[in-house]
Design a protein around this ligand. Structure first.
Ligand code: IPM
Ligand code: MN
Length: 387
């Protein structure tokens, strides 16, 4: 048997509840035991507000070279370091403390952000309709261009004539790669449904086993909306087995609330994806259970970054109160990514998810601490959950 691959992971706990949920996820990863993937975990004190306090910057200048040596990055959270009732805590503007997120996504051209939203029993249910339990969508956010390119500026600052510009950039190249990725993921979901790993669904008259919904605002933001629509229509014939659909972003928000079970794969711009994924998270129990990842599928040697959708939650930071489910499920997503080359990682992802879900189901009503939840999930793994 060939020796198993070892994965080098850069662990960036970050700010606020980041360190707590990160150690919870690491405890669960370790509990996968000798059958789990071989992970070499290296922890970094940056990016973090505390690091900025000491060094005057969120990350060292050579952060890119240093992170490039790793196979993957696992990040807790960035922002207000909390606890919120400490008025003397060292605080930075969001523009500074959160900038590493955008720099790392850009630095490794992590052009896909995937945020699955699947209802998990035991997680809070905010929608009263029982069909909300059937929600199972994958929201794909374009992660490299659009509204997030950071171009523009402020003219005549501080004067009554001040002007701010925030330029969006949309390219055919960017549209093609993200829309193609959405179709490919839809196909994978059809295969997973056929293998019994996902519940079967039917779209477009019951023929297709999966669907891609493109979200734009093409009735008002015509230029990019029409470019993305055109690329979507050009690529769709290559995927006759995938149903297609389009929604304007405002209508998509409404339908996410009234009938989210009708969505499968959803693909949207950077900003639309950002907003839709918070909404999708809440449909499935909230930010506390929403995993997220930033990937570069065209170059697997560039490290992807796995980070939960939630922020640093300064109001509960340092109090062992943060729910670690989102971070644990995010770490499972990291193993999914490794699992494309490493069966031990694919199996580990399955086991971790099963253990986390079983724990949510069993302890829904109990207000457990961060560490206690991690220990309970780890125990379930040691007892063989998901085998
Ligand atoms: C997210 C966050 C970030 C984003 C912020 C913190 C810059 O909201 O990961 O969704 O908008 O991408
Ligand atoms: Mn967001």
């Amino acid at each position: 048997m060939s020796p198993r691959r070892e994965w080098k992971v850069a662990v960036l706990p970050g700010d606020g509840i980041g360190p707590e949920v990160t150690s919870a996820a690491l405890a669960v990863l370790r509990a996968l035991g000798p059958d789990g993937p071989r992970l070499e975990l290296t922890e970094f004190p940056w990016p973090a507000t505390a690091y900025h306090h000491e060094h005057g910057c969120m990350m060292p200048e050579d952060w890119r070279e240093r992170l490039a040596r790793f196979d993957a990055i696992l990040l807790g959270a960035l922002g207000d370091p909390g606890p919120a009732d400490d008025p003397d805590r060292y605080r930075l503007s969001d523009g500074v403390s959160l900038s590493p997120l955008l720099e790392i996504r850009r630095g490794f051209d992590q052009w896909v952000c995937e945020r699955p939203a699947r209802w998990i029993e035991g997680a809070p249910q905010f929608l009263a309709d029982p069909r909300a339990r059937e929600v199972d969508m994958l929201v794909i956010r374009e992660n490299s261009e659009g509204e997030y390119v950071g171009q523009g500026g402020r003219l005549r600052p501080g004067t009554a004539d001040e002007v701010a510009t925030q330029v969006s950039v949309f390219t055919r190249f960017g549209a093609e790669r993200i829309i193609r990725h959405a179709f490919e993921q839809a196909r994978r979901r059809t295969a997973a449904r056929e293998a019994g790993e996902l519940p079967r669904r039917s779209f477009a008259g019951g023929r297709a086993g999966s669907q891609v919904c493109l979200v734009t605002k093409r009735n008002a933001l015509r230029h990019w909306g029409e470019l993305y629509t055109q690329v979507f229509e050009e690529l769709a014939p290559e995927y006759p087995d995938v149903a297609t659909h389009h929604e304007l972003v405002d209508a998509a928000c409404m339908k996410f609330v009234t009938s989210p079970w009708l969505f499968d794969v959803v693909v949207g711009s950077n900003l639309h994806g950002d907003i839709l994924t918070d909404l999708a998270a809440v449909l499935c129990g909230g930010m506390g259970v929403a995993p997220s990842c930033n990937l570069n599928p065209s170059d697997r040697r560039r490290p992807p970054m796995f980070e939960p959708t939630h922020g640093s939650a300064p109001d509960i930071a340092g109090r062992n109160r943060a729910g670690p489910a989102a971070m644990i499920l995010t770490a499972a997503t990291m193993l999914d990514w490794m699992g494309e080359e490493d069966p031990a990682a694919a199996d580990g992802a399955r086991r971790m998810r099963a253990a986390m879900e079983a724990e949510l189901k069993a302890s829904a009503a109990a207000a457990r601490g961060t560490r206690e939840t991690a220990e309970a999930v780890a125990r379930r793994l040691q007892e063989g959950a998901g085998r």
